[in-house]
Ligand binder design. Structure first.
Ligand SMILES: Cc1cc2nc3c(=O)[nH]c(=O)nc-3n(C[C@H](O)[C@H](O)[C@H](O)COP(=O)(O)O)c2cc1C
Length: 413
């Protein structure tokens, strides 16, 4: 059984720690708790001992603890160190290498992967010092889950709420991966080794004549980022891409093409796959006829641009007897985002829909299409989870961890 050392910092969200312990154990993980002095004000060691079924550690200079389980041993004895809630104070100490209590000494003494779930007031989170510490910790290879936006215990609203215990537990389990996948700090474990992935990305170009075409604003950035994140987890990734300005993704098999028809054929030729992630903005229609020669502007008026419908790639994969085990569609909508996503989930027989609000007034600089940020929502049969506004690379990483978590929970169940 994989072991997690849960360091609980002194924030209000510490009251969720017993629930988090339960959720981690439900993921098949053994949990040992370490409380900071401040955390003891918010949650009782006794309740944590009962839910974890283990001794709770609090004091650096407890002689019995040092004899039985010293701070170095404590940091080595777990496959993952999870800090939740991660206070601004703990983040600052970890970023600076300060070791003046059991929690911070343990964090400095470990060579195991560390995941933090920050929780604090929005102003503390947005403070330049915290953001500096966050950047440093990311550079040092520590993993993060959250924080989320929402109502806070202090009565304010904003970014700084700790992610839900179920989300933290799922991300921790995903990071730990299978029994044959030991994690190296700062590196991605081969959580998806042996899985074949089909990803589509970018727009398609539907020719009108040899020089003109119908297209859309998709840049392909989100699909390329997902391809990179899944390849880093050891999957065999095939990226079927419409025309984009992006470079090939390292470690990914690229299939570059132009039209929706070509994309349909390329996707079906790659089956069977374990995972399908269909991010491409495939043109719904194409000109009924593509002229052999460039259409000329004439006195007689406008050219006759009759359209015909393209085949629906996502729906065809959902209906295929070779349907990927996990089929994920993307929904780019300008309004009623979640309702349309639910409808698409059912109509196209996919397992998850990642819904994006691509309205030009979505608040995202440069818009979702073409820009570097996204605010995606994962919609499945029983769940809706807003990822929050973040870079496309972070969105890709988050989705990749959900995918790894899905396959990991199937392996352990
Ligand atoms: C009622 C109360 C609530 C607090 N909530 C938080 C919090 O949510 N996040 C945080 O970073 N600090 C919070 N603090 C401040 C920390 O408790 C304080 O910085 C403490 O030194 C953290 O110690 P630790 O990091 O060793 O747990 C809170 C303090 C009080 C009195």
């Amino acid at each position: 059984m994989k072991r997690v050392l849960l360091i609980i910092g002194g924030g209000i969200a510490a009251y969720k720690a017993p629930d988090l312990v339960r959720q981690l154990r439900a993921q098949g993980l053994a949990v040992r708790c370490l409380l900071t002095k401040a955390a003891e004000q918010f949650v009782s060691p006794l309740s944590l001992a009962s839910v974890s079924g283990d001794k709770v550690y609090e004091n650096l200079f407890d002689l019995t603890d040092e004899a039985e389980m010293g701070h170095i041993q404590l940091s080595r004895d777990a496959e993952l160190i999870l800090v939740a809630p991660a206070t601004a104070d703990l983040m600052a100490k970890a970023a600076q290498g300060i070791a003046n209590d059991l929690a911070s000494t343990t964090l400095l003494a470990t060579d195991k992967p560390v995941m933090l779930a920050p929780a604090m007031n929005v102003r503390m989170w947005k403070h330049a010092a915290t953001q500096r510490n966050l950047a440093q910790l990311k550079t040092d290879g520590l993993h993060f889950v959250g924080p989320e936006e929402g109502d806070m215990a202090c009565g304010e609203f904003g970014l700084g709420r700790m992610s839900e215990p179920s989300e933290i537990a799922a991300r921790a389990a995903a990071l730990l991966g299978g029994a044959d996948a030991p994690l190296l700090r700062g590196a991605q474990a081969p959580l998806l080794k042996g899985k074949k992935v089909l990803i589509t990305a970018g727009p398609t170009h539907e020719p009108i004549d040899p020089v003109r075409y119908i297209a859309n604003r998709s840049s392909g950035k989100q699909g390329y980022a997902i391809a990179g994140a899944l390849a880093a987890m050891g999957a065999e990734v095939h990226l079927v891409s419409g025309p984009t300005a992006l470079a090939d993704v390292a470690g990914v098999k690229m299939h570059r093409l132009e039209t929706a028809d070509e994309m349909y054929a390329a996707c079906h030729a790659l089956l069977p796959v374990d995972i399908g992630v269909m991010t491409a903005a495939v043109a719904d229609w194409r000109p009924d006829v593509c002229a052999d020669q460039k259409l000329k502007k004439t006195e007689t008026g406008l050219p006759d641009l009759a359209l015909r419908e393209n085949r629906d790639i996502l729906a065809s994969l959902g209906a295929s007897d070779k349907k990927p085990e996990l089929l994920i569609g993307f929904a780019a909508e300008t309004h009623n985002v979640e309702a349309f996503a639910r409808d698409k989930l059912a109509r196209k027989n996919c397992d998850w829909i990642i819904a994006n609000n691509v309205a030009l007034d979505s608040g995202i600089e440069g818009g979702v299409m073409g820009g570097d940020e996204n605010a995606a929502t994962l919609v499945s049969q029983n769940n809706v989870e807003a990822f929050g506004q973040m870079s496309k690379t972070e969105t890709a990483q988050k989705l990749a961890e959900h995918i790894a978590g899905y396959f990991n929970s199937r392996k352990t169940s």
